[in-house]
Design a protein around this ligand. Structure first.
Ligand code: MTE
Ligand code: MO
Length: 451
């Protein structure tokens, strides 16, 4: 389906209704469809930029990848033609291709699963999640006058130019950066926020200086318990700057770095030029982009994005749709165990007896993935897949599994990771008010035809 026309919409509407959408889903569908038009996908090199919202991944979504009774997320978010200068620049500069763009100001775009096969995510396939605009410096790629300041509960206020940072001892790690809201589209009832499906994660290679080395130069006071991060970007609207933080132990962990290279290149504008934090294994929001200041706090940081319901989880499981009192919410941190099936693509067709190579990634926040299990009978039986070691602590791990089907029909391939603490992925998504830590098993439908 490449074009929007009335016939297509009617077909989509009946498809949605016939696949278990609730009256409420249908109401959302009608509201969205009366307003939307769609255009196509982000073109090669991000150049032509007619836009999308309804890319290749969506076809898979329509054909059963998502739970019944739920409309595919893309339908609930409005695609926009890319007109914003910053958005155009961000997509073009890193050659973004095939991403699903939810909005452009701020810019939010995810990667469809079929483009996530690489062990090291190229910049062109790394999702973008912005809360505000991006800095002029990032637009111009101008290192002049950049500095990173560290202040607060330190013995000595310090600051570093880009040049100074680049001359220090660097490390290079692969690290997953995953939005805390990745998987939000699978929450039922739906919750507000970007309706990320699977693709708000990337596992690129980052080079930089361990934050611990900079904090040692400043000298932490014994009162230091938390960091607060600030960036150079202008705020959208009348509100304080986006500012998250992490506990001091995580800040001192050797994989937490102040990065200035992504996959060996200057960090693209979209991903934080010239300098960003990389806090591996934690909500992506901790990995502050366009980083210019770190304030060391003597209390848990309370910047925008740390309080109320944002980036916070209930202390106890809550009934779907129910909001606990604000004081029962705690700051989200490490990501939970999760896996992805990157091949075959949803709705692939195979023959009875044919060998199918199933591939994917698995990761587990602070932990290591120990086992990966595959089911083709809706979770009744599980078989262990071949699972690789992480390239370095935190990096996602690759897995593969050969499958053969003995009979024709509709099947789903399910994947479920187990980490070294015994945690595993739920089959039904547990609910929380803002849709964080979505990690239910990934299901890929396939059709098996007679040999
Ligand atoms: N300065 C700044 N840093 C930020 C953000 C932001 O809006 N402003 N968004 C955060 C969030 S919520 C995520 S998930 C990651 C996304 O990183 P990416 O755009 O490089 O994929 O950046 C984080 N760093
Ligand atoms: Mo995020």
């Amino acid at each position: 389906m490449k074009k929007t026309d009335q016939g297509t919409w009617e077909w989509l509407r009946s498809y949605t209704r016939d696949h278990g959408a609730s009256p409420q889903d249908m109401q959302i569908f009608d509201e969205v469809s009366s307003r939307r038009q769609f255009f196509g996908q982000v073109g090669k090199g991000g150049a032509a930029l007619a836009l999308l919202g309804f890319g290749a991944g969506t076809e898979a979504a329509m054909q059963g990848l998502f739970g019944r009774g739920m409309i595919p997320a893309a339908w609930a978010s409005e695609p926009v033609e890319i007109t914003d200068e910053q958005a155009k620049h961000m997509l073009a500069e890193s050659g973004k291709e095939g991403l699903i763009v939810y909005n452009q100001r701020p810019m939010n775009a995810e990667t469809p699963v079929h483009l996530m096969k690489d062990a090291v995510t190229p910049a062109k396939y790394h999702f973008i999640r912005n809360n505000d605009l991006i800095s002029e410096r990032a637009m111009r790629k101008d290192p002049q006058g950049y500095k990173l300041e560290i202040e607060g509960e330190v013995n000595k206020k310090v600051s570093f130019s880009l040049d100074q940072l680049q001359r220090m001892k660097t490390v290079t790690y692969r690290a997953p950066i995953e939005c805390g809201g990745n998987g939000r589209a699978h929450f039922d009832p739906p919750v507000r926020g970007n309706q990320w499906r699977y693709g708000a994660i990337g596992n690129s290679e980052w080079t930089g200086v361990p934050l611990a080395d900079l904090l040692k130069e400043a000298g932490l006071k014994s009162s230091a318990v938390y960091t607060g991060h600030y960036g150079e970007e202008p705020v959208l609207g009348d509100r304080p700057p986006f500012s998250r933080g992490i506990p001091i132990d995580k800040a001192m962990e050797k994989h937490t770095i102040v990065a200035f290279k992504m996959n060996g290149q200057d960090i693209p504008a979209a991903h934080g030029y010239p300098v960003r934090l990389v806090v591996p294994g934690w909500y992506g929001s901790a990995s502050h982009k366009w980083l210019s200041k770190i304030v060391i706090r003597d209390v848990e940081h309370d910047g925008r994005g740390m309080t109320g319901f944002s980036y916070r989880m209930p202390k106890y499981p809550v009934k779907p749709g129910e909001r606990p009192p604000e004081e029962d919410m705690v700051v989200g941190g490490p990501w939970v165990v999760k896996s992805l099936i990157t091949g075959p693509s949803a709705d692939s067709e195979f023959k009875v007896g044919q060998t199918i190579k199933v591939t994917g990634h698995a990761w587990a926040g602070e932990n290591e993935v120990k086992e990966l299990w595959v089911s083709t009978d809706f979770g009744l039986n599980w078989t262990k897949a071949k699972l690789g070691k992480p390239h370095n602590k935190y990096s996602w791990q690759q897995w593969e599994h050969d499958l053969k089907f003995a009979g024709r029909g509709y099947y789903e391939i399910w994947a479920r990771a187990v980490d070294d603490k015994g945690n595993t992925q739920p089959i039904v998504q547990p609910w929380n008010p803002r849709g964080y830590e979505g990690n239910m098993v990934h299901r890929v439908p396939v059709m098996i035809q007679p040999a």
